[in-house]
Design a protein around this ligand. Sequence first.
Ligand SMILES: [Zn+2]
Length: 261
Amino acid sequence: MAEKLKIKWGDCSWEEVKAAAEQGALAVAPFGSTEQHGPQLPVDTDVHIAYRAANDGARRAAEQYGVRALVMPTMPFGLALHHMHFAGTVSFQPETYMAVVADMLRCAVKHGFRKIGVVSGHGGNRPGLQLGIAKVVNEYRDRFPLRIALFRGADDPAFAQGMRDIWKDEPSEGQISIHASRSETSETLNDRPELVCRDRLERPKLLRETVPEWWWMTHELSETGAFGDPTLARPELGEKIWNVFADGVARFLKRLADEPL
Ligand SMILES: [Zn+2]
């Protein structure tokens, strides 16, 4: 039987990681966040999203494009200070986070990886990720070039179209739906249904109609920590979202593989 290609960094021996780097494999660094996701979802929702998007994307990149990528273990903590009012949230301070991101990336570089795809399960991580990436790329600039990219759906028209196709025939959630709303609830109903607290599925009454310009705390916007209308969530929607993410990350890794150093 043909050996299944190893995608997970953690499944490899040190010799296998070394060989992958020497063969020009990409490294993929998934960054999650342990934070409240309303009364209905587990606090590791964004950890699972980062893990699944990165691993499914790398698997698809190998199968569809012949791109070899090794997915590092998922960092379970990120920047979630705005959720700290709610129990279960674990957040780095911004300066700690930037240092942690840079350290993770430096280790991949030290082991020979020159192209790294960063996948985040939580929008709030983005500023820290961008700073960590900038720091590492600039540190090495005079020695050798690096290509370290953060996956953003907005940069990929096919991803944006895939998301629009999912929502075009669905009813509006009727209020801001930035977090722990229909989409994340659908994803969880799809692949980890036992973790959804179904008796706590409810449409939250929000305290603001729009997302403020100033730096807000989540409890200033939502009493329960949820947004949108989680009661509209369905497992089939979750399946479609996982698919669009896997395809989007696979194309992202292909673009990175094609980029000359
Ligand atoms: Zn989330």
